[in-house]
Design a protein around this ligand. Structure first.
Ligand code: NAI
Length: 305
């Protein structure tokens, strides 16, 4: 029998009580990893607590002959994020990878967004990814190995309406991942992002009032959550040891490498610019290269394969 890809590895997956995270936990366990299944058991908006969701996934893993433990702490709090990592190390003696997957939505047009809606989403996504990653960092540094995978979104990488909090958090996570990849490369630690497209309860909240919205949701339903897992499992494995600082996207059977921001066009002048010469010379030269206000679905405008 071939050795499973993640034999002896201990992986913490946040928000793994349902959706994409549950499929990560099941796929990791199938490849031999011991899994810490974290989930607060919150609603899509981040309200309430229910440990039975994480425990349910642990039960599925153990019934299939794997090893897993449940954790019901919140990623949004520094101390409770630390407890997840402590629980992994206390139970299994080590931690090899963190998948930052926990998430909530508080969609609202920017001009109506409350401070509470802004903070709640930044706390779970951006601060949550920092809290859990930072808690694992001393262990990764000491053992000179470790892998992070963070879930981002084309809402942040490309754009979407009514998601200023979520988009800002997700693009922030992409920068956090790049920084971790750079700061921890010398310890053999890697960090990558996945931007998933999958039909979970999170996208189940998209309204279906207009024919356009209905059509979009029907298309989304064909994108199964389990299709994201193979790339995540690969990224935490030792076979991915040359892969760090990258942004991937997964949509059903398609896997993409996403571009990263680089200068597109430049103008320079020996005498320095004035506001008027910017208007007269710079903008006409740069304007043909401007990006339209594309939403994610304007860029990914073909049916998933
Ligand atoms: P989901 O709502 O099914 O799963 C998110 C899980 O996170 C839930 O089980 C929830 O209880 C848990 N959670 C929420 N707050 C938490 C906290 N403070 N601490 C610990 N756990 C918490 O959503 P889905 O779709 O599976 O999303 C997984 C990740 O993928 C999220 O980060 C999401 O933003 C991202 N994503 C999903 C997309 C999709 O198409 N489904 C698109 C782009 C990104």
């Amino acid at each position: 029998m071939t050795r499973p890809m993640l034999a002896d590895k201990v992986v913490l997956v946040t928000g793994a009580g349902g959706g994409i995270g549950r499929d990560f936990a099941l796929a990791l366990a199938r490849e031999g990893a011991k899994v810490v299944v974290n989930d607060l058991g919150a609603s899509v908006a981040g309200e309430g607590r229910d440990l039975s969701r994480a425990q349910g996934v642990v039960d599925e893993i153990t019934a299939a002959g794997g090893s897993a433990i449940a954790n019901g702490d919140s990623v949004a709090d520094w101390d409770s994020a630390g407890r997840m990592v402590t629980q992994a190390v206390d139970t299994y003696g080590r931690i090899d990878a963190v998948i930052n997957n926990a998430g909530i939505l508080r969609d609202r047009f920017f001009f109506n967004m409350s401070l509470d809606e802004w903070r709640a989403v930044i706390d779970v996504h951006l601060n949550g990814a920092f809290n859990v990653s930072r808690a694992a960092a001393p262990h990764f540094k000491a053992q000179q190995s470790g892998a992070y995978v963070h879930m981002v979104s084309t809402s942040g990488l490309i754009g979407n309406l009514g998601q200023a909090n979520y988009s800002a958090a997700k693009l922030g996570i992409a920068a956090l991942s790049k920084s971790i990849a750079m700061d921890m490369a010398k310890f053999g630690v890697r960090s990558n992002c996945i931007s998933p497209f999958a039909f979970s309860r999170m996208v189940g909240s998209i309204p279906t009032e207009t024919p356009d919205q209905k059509e979009r949701v029907e298309r989304l339903q064909r994108m199964e959550t389990a299709k994201i897992a193979p790339l995540a499992v690969y990224l935490v494995s030792d076979q991915a040891k040359q892969v760090s600082g990258q942004l991937f996207a997964v949509r059903a059977n398609e896997i993409f490498l996403m571009s990263q921001i680089r200068p597109l066009r430049g103008m320079h002048t020996a005498e320095g610019w004035t506001p008027q010469t910017v208007a007269d010379r710079v903008m006409p030269a740069l304007k043909p290269s401007f990006y339209p206000l594309d939403r994610s679905q304007d860029v990914f405008d073909w049916d998933p394969v």
